[in-house]
Design a protein around this ligand. Sequence first.
Ligand code: ITT
Length: 200
Amino acid sequence: MKLLAATTNPGKLREIRRILQPLGYEVIEPPEKIHVEESGFTFLENAYIKAKAYYEHFSMPALADDSGLVVDALGGYPGVYSSRFYSIDFGGREELKGSKDDANLRKLLRLMEGKENRSASFVAFVVLYMGGKGFFSRGECKGVIAEQPKGEGGFGYDPIFIPEGFSRTMAELSPEEKDGISHRGKALRALSELLKKCEL
Ligand code: ITT
């Protein structure tokens, strides 16, 4: 089955491909960027909005992932604001020196200074939309926020997230290790099971 990856994030695209290809899906990169207003208040709403927008623009089954880091000591932030956390009012804006990912990490570490409870979860909702029909699933990976960034792998908040059962950050894990425990890995494998049951 051919699926269009409804994302502009190259880190996500790489992982969606890596996880779904061995399960028999061909993951297509969008031929052009489209702008989609993520106006939802939940991961599921935003994933649905993106999948539907790509389906309507490119006329093929579209798979969206809306995900983020949910930090307990910050009342669930950055959550749905994960990709633009540096720029929102909550906790004060962070200056954009270097990449967005760096600014997001700096802001999160600043807000976590002195916090004893460092527990957090990566959460992903994935939606496959194929016109009239849609399927979704969810995946979660629990862990803690590290004191300092470490590692070169992955993307986004990976250098400051230590998954449960590990003493390394997500950015220090091999791609196979990350996919085996990640929110995205869990959500996509669950979606694949669902599609099999529906004989799709
Ligand atoms: P698209 O909407 O185009 O897919 P995006 O990056 O804006 O790209 P989201 O709105 O879903 O996607 O934001 C997800 C953000 O959450 C992402 O930019 C990272 O900052 C963070 N994130 C999600 N999954 C992650 C992962 O596996 N490792 C590290 N950070 C992750």
